[in-house]
Design a protein around this ligand. Sequence first.
Ligand code: DHB
Length: 392
Amino acid sequence: TRTQVAIVGAGPAGLLLAHLLHRSGIESVVVDNRTYEQIAGTVRAGILEADSVRLLVDSGVSGRVLTDGYRHDGVVLRFDGVNHRIDFQELVGASVWLYPQTEVFIDLAGRRGVDGGDVRYGVADTAVEISGDRPTVTCTDSDGRAGRIEADLLVGADGSRSICRHAFPPGAREEWFREYPFAWFGFLTEAPRSHPELIYTRSEHGFALISQRTPTVQRMYFQCKPTERLADWDDDRIWAEMRRRVNGNGFVLREGPISAKSVLPFRSFVTAPMRYDRLLLAGDAAHTVPPTGAKGLNLALADAAVLAEVIVDYYAEGDADVLDRYTERVKERVWRAQHFCYWLTTMLHAVAGASPFDIERQRGELALITGSRYGAAYFAEAYTGWRQSRSV
Ligand code: DHB
């Protein structure tokens, strides 16, 4: 197959890019080693910034986020057993939408289908080659046939364990990396909402997050050890752990049967430049954030929007140097989000062996955010997403 842009990874970054390129008359082929059902069935992120919602709606992916999603005008930061609401609308005039990544995927995949896009799920043995005349992707299609895709450009939107990233020659990019001594244990529960909005909780027993999916299905997380084993956590033990972190002062979790348990990796990672020759990286392949703050999906969508524009310019100007604009245009957003996720993580998590000073300082930091209009506005602006048009 010959195409203009070969895209590895049919997650939000890869599929949105394919959609936006199609709208500009540029064709692409997308491959993913996961099946459609695997991608649609894996519980991932849940929060979209206003700009992400606008992007999905205005570019014609789907308006379903507006009808099936839930607008949230604030969140709660809970510490020392007390809820502190951050009012996004009042502070910065913005909202976020609770709309699961799995639904974003279904919308994007559906739109590609309607538009006749070439998206190949369930491929195996994917390999990329960028040293020849044109970048190529080889793989075994789901029907067992060998596939070979030759393209003008190759985009790695293949997640944090990207194979495309490893096609950069040694020394062609830098890496920035940070690990954390904890992870998140995530699960779904069949229960009514415990609260109208999300609650990010700091407790002496560690962090917990109460999120949602629908009126009858809730998503929750609690801080755990990176080595935690799912088999050691039955429903009773999970609820006992959640209760001791969040219940109190009249707040009581609504409990139910638990499913979709997983331990989420926790790290901060950036690589740059995000381009080498005709290979570009987008989304988690280029940068990973810890989940606190819900920025990963939003960054992936923002990357795709910028990359689509840069690729359009590349074809218009016929000059490969145009591709360098991509890293230049996205790196500030990436590092702001890196800082925000790191900051929120360190403010809300319990670290084994923390000194009494560190613990009190953490409380002071939370009080600065929740007890000050400016502190709260700083948080609200970051959480809802920095507006594209706002210059700093
Ligand atoms: C969800 C995940 C997050 O990491 C977060 O900060 C908020 C919500 C979620 O899955 O609902």
